[in-house]
Design a protein around this ligand. Structure first.
Ligand SMILES: [Zn+2]
Length: 161
């Protein structure tokens, strides 16, 4: 997958799940960055793309701010790479590789950009056109209980979606 696709899907992930944009999008390119900065040449899509290692980190660091970055890695990078012919390894370059939907996508092909384009369209255009109030606050009740003032109530009362 190209960086463009990882960045598009990373930012879409941040949008859909309400995560930090910078951390999530950075996570979406992190496995390839790690591959570039390691001193000795590591195999392409080897240990830097390890499903087991990244998922374990995600579980261990779930309650830290790094979680957003790791969700970017898993959804914006590993998931997208797993759609390609090469797939991603379970542990390292010697282990079995996983592909999703038969791993039919070729890097930088029309198929790749169609998929990242569709994901961006759903995240930013379809979901973006009716921003869900994730907290599902009942503004009227908050006003009656004097938690918010009249101005805040009037500003927010029509924000059902
Ligand atoms: Zn990669």
């Amino acid at each position: 997958m190209t960086w463009a696709s990882h960045i598009i899907v990373g930012s879409a992930t941040a949008k859909v799940f309400g995560l930090n944009y910078i951390l999530t999008t950075l996570g979406a390119i992190l496995p390839d960055l790690a591959e570039m900065i390691t001193p000795k040449r590591v195999q392409h899509r080897g240990i830097t793309h390890s499903i087991a290692l990244w998922l374990a980190s995600l579980v261990l660091l779930w309650s830290t701010p790094i979680r957003d970055c790791l969700l970017g890695v898993v959804i914006g990078h590993l998931f997208m790479d797993s759609l390609t012919v090469m797939g991603v390894p379970i542990l390292d370059e010697n282990s079995r590789r996983i592909t999703i939907l038969g791993g039919r996508i070729r890097t930088a092909s029309a198929g790749e950009f169609a998929i990242s384009g569709i994901i961006a369209f759903v995240a930013f255009v379809m979901l973006g056109s009716f921003t869900l109030d994730a907290s599902r606050r009942d503004w009227r009740a908050l006003h009656d209980k004097r938690v918010i003032d009249r101005k805040e109530y009037y500003d927010n009362r029509f924000k059902v979606f």
